[in-house]
Write a protein that binds this ligand. Structure first.
Ligand code: GLY
Ligand code: MN
Ligand code: MN
Length: 523
């Protein structure tokens, strides 16, 4: 056989079956009518019970009313998003868009391709006194007598288990439901230019490309200005984000559950540290232990765990987690359990791998802890969100100045044209927390950074100091140390409550907590 590439045939598509038909080339499913008939018969009736109305339904209805109030007379289209391909014909687990989850109450797994449509109604004729009537369009479970049941690996019950029917989600959510096949008409009917008889559609964009295309086509066909529409759409995304700035009691309970499960995960990690130390990829042992506990308790993660030991702790988004965990180093673990409701925790602790902090580690840790406490003290109802950050980084700057690390005076570093201390703490101190780990991200600056801390807000306080191995601006003994302490805070009328306080923060308490779980040195 010749191996001379010059002799090989020119690269070209082979003849025969077109490429687009080749996805099923490994399927050996019988095509006979006898097989199809047999697959559609002799199944016992479903034993699924009609669901009771979900506790969240009343809260979701209130949220829809708030949005309805803002966008009277407009059709609002809020997609859940489609399944996302991980590889070829294998999808990621489904997670709906958080704006959709918030307005429907649906959480994990529900419902790919679903779209919530809020249809404007005549004055006061809407749901619960609102100005819209809500309908959830989705792809309901197909009967066992349909080919989808056994032949559709993405949606068929035989492959992925039962999905809800229209009446089931109607009862669960107390929300009208309709088949996805009716969506196009529901979105496009009477749509057009406002003022000449058309109805404005406002869309939560970039969640489902098919829905974007449907709305864009309708806009083009009816002469609606696309650029102007983009801006109007952005205001819907902003409003949905701002609606989540204040958490209701149901949301707060879900976040508390997520935090409690996260604390359990941290316990699990301390248990496996002796094994992590002996492993080539000890950070994976840590990551796996946290995840295993989350899964055992029926949960998932709100974001990829950062399991960062030694110098890796100075890499802010270290999720490769393939490094060693050496005794004598610090382990920065930033991890958060996400409940089925999709509310997540976001907690960081920095632990001495061998169970006790060295002098230099303790000194830097204490500075970060003091910064966190200063942030906590500044986080009072009526203060600005940004005040928390200012308080925390000021403490860090002062400490860096005391240590002789700042290249300029403290005043110059703290001034707007300086900020040298931020080399070692380049991220923000706080973000809102909820359905998204970085929640409410589309909110206006006036309501976010410049917003007033208000009862019902949930946010993190997470200062850190990160001295990289290669950082020639600090003494050698600081290098390779990264420390962050991150807690989840609920603002109440009486002040901030640290929801993650059950996880020790003070260095002595961290050491005795670890000692109570295992003997890291094996003694
Ligand atoms: N885990 C991401 C963050 O702390 O913001
Ligand atoms: Mn965070
Ligand atoms: Mn975090």
């Amino acid at each position: 056989m010749s191996t001379d590439v010059n002799n090989s045939a020119p690269l070209q598509a082979s003849e025969g079956q077109p490429l687009e038909e080749r996805g099923n080339n490994r399927s050996q499913r019988p095509e006979s009518d006898a097989f199809k008939d047999f697959m559609g018969s002799k199944w016992a009736p479903s034993t699924a019970q009609a669901p009771a109305k979900a506790e969240v339904a009343v809260h979701a209805a209130r949220r829809r009313r708030a949005i309805s109030e803002k966008f009277q007379g407009e059709r609002l289209v809020i997609p859940a998003g489609p399944l996302k391909v991980r590889s070829n014909d294998t999808d990621y687990r489904f997670r709906p868009h958080s704006g959709f989850a918030h307005l429907t109450g649906l959480g994990l797994d529900h419902e790919p391709e679903a779209v919530l449509v809020l249809e404007p109604t005549a004055e006061s004729a809407g749901d619960d006194g609102g100005h819209h009537h809500a309908t959830l369009y989705f792809r309901p479970l197909s009967g066992r007598d349909t080919p989808e049941f056994y032949a559709n690996a993405r949606y068929g019950e035989f492959w992925i288990g039962p999905r809800p029917t229209l009446p089931e989600l109607n009862q669960l959510l107390d929300l009208d439901t309709a088949d996805l096949s009716e969506l196009e008409v529901a979105i496009t009917k009477d749509a057009g230019v406002v003022g000449v008889g058309g109805m404005r559609i406002r869309l939560l964009r970039e969640v489902d490309m098919n829905v974007d295309a449907l709305v864009d086509t309708s806009r083009i066909n009816t002469g609606v200005d696309l650029e102007e529409s983009d801006k109007l759409d952005a205001l819907l995304a902003e409003a949905l984000s701002e609606l989540r700035l204040l958490k209701d009691e149901w949301e707060i309970a879900e976040i508390k559950k997520a935090v409690a499960a996260t604390i359990n995960g941290f316990h699990e990690v301390v248990k496996v540290l002796p094994r992590a130390i002996t492993h080539d990829r000890g950070e994976r042992v840590v990551e796996g232990a946290f995840f295993a506990r989350a899964r055992e308790e029926g949960n998932d993660l709100g974001y990829d765990t950062i399991a960062a030991a030694g110098n890796n702790a100075t890499i802010l988004h270290w999720i490769r987690n393939n490094g060693r965990v050496n005794a004598g180093d610090l382990l920065l673990l930033d991890a958060g359990v996400e409940a089925d409701s999709l509310y997540t925790a976001d907690v960081t602790r920095t632990l001495p791998v061998n169970g006790s902090f060295s002098e230099i580690q303790r000194k830097i840790y204490q500075a970060v802890l003091d910064a966190a406490d200063a942030g906590f003290a500044a986080a009072q109802p009526g203060a600005k969100f940004r005040d928390v950050h200012t308080a925390a980084v000021t403490v860090l700057a002062e400490r860096l100045d005391e240590w002789g690390v700042l290249p300029v005076s403290l005043d110059e570093a703290l001034s707007e044209h300086g900020q040298h201390h931020r080399r070692w703490m380049p991220h923000g101190t706080s973000h809102h927390l909820g359905l998204d780990v970085h929640d409410c991200a589309q909110a206006k600056r006036e309501l976010y950074l410049d917003g007033i801390l208000t009862e019902g807000m949930v946010f993190t306080i997470e200062p850190g100091l990160y001295f990289k191995n290669e950082d020639l601006a600090v003494p050698e003994e600081y290098r390779g140390i990264g420390i962050r302490i991150e807690d989840d805070i609920l603002m109440t009328a009486d002040g901030p409550v640290n929801l993650s306080a059950a996880l020790p923060r003070k260095p002595d308490e961290v050491e005795s907590w670890m000692a109570g779980i295992y003997s890291p040195t094996g003694e």
